[in-house]
Write a protein that binds this ligand. Structure first.
Ligand code: CMC
Length: 428
């Protein structure tokens, strides 16, 4: 007999199924609670609420475990390319050589943008934030491909749309950077790899083709792999909420980009670098910043620390820290921001406030230093996160449809005025 949970409220007893996931996670299925009792549950920020069943990514925050489709992140990061990882996340299995070739060919085929779409870039002000451009342009792509507005979630048409999006996000991101830098755009080169092509579109000059170093290519692959999915985080939940109204894939993902932008989520990678620069330039002792972060009357937070799910360590941060050392050594780079970061981490890991709250470096703490080492400009850091997260967003959008999930519609507890009589303007 399956396990049950009992809730006693107002002298009445209600019974609910207890559900166990494939990694033995437990939840109480309260779907019928309101129907049976008129009662709802309250969980602002959804820290305790399961919103879906998913077979894409597993995170165990207490043990610092992250797996994509059952494969530990450490193995995927060490052995896969980003293209292979994207395939795994989208389709649930590792591709065989033929499947990978076909997938890569599709990514190459979809890399160019429609000429009319290219013209839109010149309409943005020079200082426009690249995340705003990315979100707007992703929505706009669907106008040039009206067939994708009705995206089926399986079959050839889905495969085509998913690879179109994965490919175009890279071209749009690079064009947004070139435009903001006042430089001419570089069209995609079909002979280059996914990451190589991005680097070419970012950094080639009309008379000087960017030479892709294997160290930089590998570091970029690794960065994107580590960001490829992370179960029901803020932006992925946004994609699912928007998609639950049966909005098309492009508009759902465009909303995900906006959610990612915030400094508590993907924007943290930029905020970390600004914080490290500030610490370095201010000449103030680290203790000053720690005290500020602990002060409840001060909005300052130590960016790159803490996580809703990881309460031990973030495995992605460990991999990135190691990669930063390797890349800096291979490229003979000395970055004093790394010294500041290492010293800050050491301080924090010994501090009672942070220890008692389980606050450790998260993925965003070392990712900026890695991006800086491979030449990516600060303005583009959160865009890089968005390129990496694309497979996860698409896979979650697809899964939502495969499961025919209901429209997202949370409830609330009303705390406003009760019924009042309307007073005409002349009497107020
Ligand atoms: N600096 C100082 N105090 C912190 C920090 C921090 N970075 N993070 C959490 N705390 C405190 C928080 O004030 C609270 O203290 P108390 O119990 O005394 O009220 C306690 O730690 C628990 O934190 P919480 O508010 O329950 O954490 P949350 O799950 O709501 O928020 C977070 C998680 C990541 C938004 C938060 O830790 C944070 O703002 N970190 C800095 C921003 C950041 O690095 N974001 C990237 C997240 S990882 C990648 C991603 O998903 O985008």
């Amino acid at each position: 007999m399956s396990e049950k949970a009992t809730l006693n409220v107002g002298g009445k007893s209600y019974e609910f199924d207890v559900i166990t996931g494939s990694e033995n996670e437990t939840c109480i299925d309260i779907q019928n609670l309101r129907k049976e009792s008129g009662i709802i549950t309250m969980d602002p920020g959804f820290g305790n609420t399961g919103s879906c069943y998913s077979s894409i990514t597993y995170v165990d925050g207490a043990k610092g475990i992250l797996k994509y489709r059952g494969y530990p992140i450490e193995e995927v990061a060490a052995k896969a390319s980003f293209t292979e990882t994207a395939y795994l996340i989208l389709y649930g299995e590792l591709p065989n050589p033929q499947e990978l070739r076909k997938f890569s060919a599709r990514l190459k085929e979809h890399a160019p943008l429609h000429t009319n779409l290219e013209h839109h870039f010149s309409g943005f002000p020079r200082e426009a934030p690249p995340m705003a451009i990315l979100s707007a342009m992703l929505n706009l792509v669907s106008c040039f491909h009206p067939e994708v507005l009705e995206v089926p979630t399986t079959g050839e048409e889905f495969d085509r749309t998913a690879s179109l999006l994965l490919s175009k996000v890279r071209t749009i991101s690079a064009f947004a950077y070139r435009m903001a830098a006042g430089k001419p755009i570089n069209h995609p080169n079909p002979n280059l790899s996914y990451c190589g092509n991005f680097l070419h579109m970012m950094f080639s000059d009309p008379h000087q083709e960017y030479e892709v170093s294997p160290v930089v290519d590998r570091a970029l692959n690794l960065f994107l792999i580590l960001h490829a999915d992370h179960e029901q985080n803020c932006s992925t939940s946004t994609v699912r909420v928007v998609g639950s109204s049966r909005a098309n894939l492009f508009s759902s993902i465009s909303a995900g980009v906006c959610a990612l932008w915030g400094p508590l989520h993907g924007g943290a990678n930029t905020a970390v670098m600004m914080m490290l620069e500030d610490i370095k330039n201010s000449g103030r002792p680290l203790r000053y910043y720690l005290d500020k972060a602990k002060d409840k009357n001060d909005p300052f937070k130590l960016m790159g620390f803490g996580h809703r799910v990881y309460k031990n360590f973030d495995p992605r941060a460990l991999i990135l820290k190691e990669q930063v050392h390797q890349v800096q050594k291979a490229l003979n780079i000395q970055d004093n921001l790394l010294d500041v970061a290492l010293e800050l981490e050491e301080f924090i890991l010994k501090d009672d406030y942070f220890i008692s709250r389980n606050l450790y470096p998260n993925v965003d703490f070392y990712s900026g230093i890695l991006l800086r080492a491979i030449g990516i400009p600060l303005k583009m850091y959160t865009v890089m996160f968005a390129i990496g997260r694309m497979p996860g967003w698409i896979a979650n959008w697809k899964e939502l449809h495969d499961h025919n999930q209901r429209i997202s519609r949370p409830r609330q507890i009303y705390t406003g005025e009760t019924t009042r009589s309307f007073v005409p303007l002349t009497e107020r």
